[in-house]
Write a protein that binds this ligand. Sequence first.
Ligand code: 6PG
Length: 260
Amino acid sequence: MMQIHSGGPKRPNVHVLGDYGPQAAQMIADAILTTIAETGRCRLGLAGGRTPAPVYGQLRALLPASAYRQLRVTWTDERVLEKVGHAPGDWQPFDPESNLRMAYAEWLSKVPISHENVLPMSLSGDARVELLRFGKAFRAQFDGGLDIALLGLGSDGHVASLFPGHPALDVDDLALAVHDSPKPPAARISLTLPVLKRARTVIILARGKAKSDVIVRAMAGDAALPVTRFLEHPRAFFLLDSAAARGIVLAELDAMTPGE
Ligand code: 6PG
C-alpha cells in the first residue's frame, strides 16, 4: 500500500492498494469498528456498481459477529428496478442488477446481521413510492445521516447517482429520485450531496485504468465533477488500485522532476 497525499485542503488521503479487495476491506472494517467504539453504533451507506464486490466479499472475515448488533446498513444509491415482492431479509427476489443483491450475495447473506438493521433503498419499480418510503425510514432508523459513506466513482466523475451538471446536485433533501440517469438503468434513488458530505467518513473506491483520468481531473480540483466536492472533506479517503492511480502517480513524479 502506498499513500500519496495525506489530508489537508484539496489533498485528501489517497491510498494505492496492491491487494485491493483485502486491503480496502480492512480499511472499511477498521472504520466501522472505530465508529462503533467511539459512538456505540455505525450507520454505513454501501456503494453500488462492480468495484465494491470483491471488497464486500472480504468484510465477513474482518468483523466480529458482535459488530452486527451495532451496525446499520443502507446504500448510497440504488437502481429502481421492477421487483416482485420482498419478504424482509429475503434478498433472492431482488434483481441481479440491484446494488442490494450484490451486497447480500457478497457479504450480508453470510453474516449475522438482522434484517431490521438493513434498510433497502428500493423495493419496487415505483421511484416516487420508494423515495417516500426510504426517506421516512432513513430519518427514523439512521437519524437522516451516515457515519461512513462508501462511494464508487464513475469515469465521468459521478458518485452515487449524482451526475455532472445534473440538477440532483443542488437538492438538499435527504434523498432523491433520479429518472434520467446517464448510466442505466435510468431510474434511481440516491442520497443527496449534503447527506453524503455530512458523513463522518467518506471512502471512495476506484479500480481500473478507466478511472485514472477522472482521478487526475478530480485531484486537480475540476469543479464540474461531483467527486471533487469531497476533496476538502476532513475524512475523505480515495482507495485506488495501481491502474486507477496511474495518472496521479505520474503527475506526482512529474512534479518532483526538476525542470529539464
Ligand atoms: C451504480 C453506482 C454508481 C457506481 C459507479 C462506479 O449504481 O452503478 O451507484 O455510482 O458506483 O458508476 O461503477 P463501477 O464500480 O461499476 O465502475
